[in-house]
Ligand binder design. Structure first.
Ligand code: NAD
Length: 260
């Protein structure tokens, strides 16, 4: 389905981003991955994508807090892979603290990585998509683009901001065969979430199952984690011709969380 096309995916060295990269490579897209982590592990993932799916995969170390590096990353994708057809804004971080103690530098970093980086990638990629006459922009928002939780001021603000950016750009490019949508996952089983479990078990004197269902999944009616493959499957669908009229939307994939 994406044969001959290029997908640039920010924050794709682990979790949801890596699942997007592999799912789009499976559809035949050449891939630019991006994000932080151990250099050997990243190289293994990059080479694995090429070997498993027979596509080209290049890595950009661009820091999503740095507009110049973001701009250069998009141009590099176009230069080395020939086009920028699919752009997935996925890089994200979290910090949980009460508003009166929330560190200013955490606020600035979360707004930069979770929101402003998408502005910078999109403004650089849209001219290439317009020129090609086709494009798909997918932003990983969150259930927190639709509802709030306490102690997550920066994250919830950034994700609500992504919702506004998604709708605005969708309107601007609507006649150019470019769609812009935001995927809004609830709790997704990623290494990030998995790592919190042992400490929470100890702190609350709970079993693993209790931590998952009574703490992490308290807000998620299915009491099941969303999987990275389910999120990636939705992104692949948004790249299909069938999804050409879906634009400017915020699509929950949250086990019923935001239905409440
Ligand atoms: P993750 O920590 O596994 O992945 C985050 C990625 O972003 C990593 O590749 C990391 O290296 C990268 N990154 C962080 N800072 C960066 C920077 N300055 N520059 C470039 N890359 C950077 O987490 P995840 O759970 O896969 O999250 C991915 C996205 O999904 C985030 O936007 C997150 O807000 C969103 N999300 C996650 C969940 C969940 O439950 N896991 C739920 C809703 C939304």
């Amino acid at each position: 389905m994406l044969s001959g096309k290029t997908a640039v995916i920010t924050g794709s060295t682990s979790g949801i981003g890596l699942a997007y990269a592999r799912a789009m490579a499976e559809q035949g897209a050449n891939i630019m991955i991006n994000g932080f982590g151990d250099a050997d592990a990243i190289e293994k993932e990059r080479a694995g994508i090429e070997a498993d799916f027979g596509v080209k995969c290049v890595y950009s170390s661009a820091d999503m807090t740095k507009p110049d590096e973001i701009h250069a990353m998009i141009h590099e994708a176009h230069k080395t892979l020939g086009s920028v057809d699919v752009l997935v804004n996925n890089a994200g971080i979290q910090h949980v603290e009460a508003i009166e103690h929330f560190p200013v530098e955490k606020w600035d970093a979360i707004i930069a990585i979770n929101l402003s980086s998408a502005f910078h990638t999109i403004r650089t990629a849209v001219p290439y998509m317009r020129e090609a006459g086709w494009g798909r922009i997918i932003n990983t928002a969150s259930a927190h683009a639709l509802v709030a939780s306490p102690f997550k001021a920066a994250y919830v603000s950034a994700k609500h901001g992504i919702a506004g950016l998604t709708k605005t750009v969708a309107l601007e490019v609507a006649e150019n065969n470019i769609t812009v949508n935001a995927i809004c996952p609830g709790y997704v089983w990623t290494p990030l979430v998995e790592k919190q479990i042992p400490d929470t078990m100890k702190a609350r004197n709970m079993t693993e199952e209790q931590v998952k269902k009574e703490v992490l999944l308290a807000a998620q009616p299915t009491k099941e984690f969303v999987t990275v493959d389910q999120v990636a499957g939705l992104a692949v669908f948004l790249c299909s011709d069938t999804a050409a009229s879906i634009t400017g939307t915020l699509l929950p994939i949250d086990g019923g969380w935001t239905a409440q």
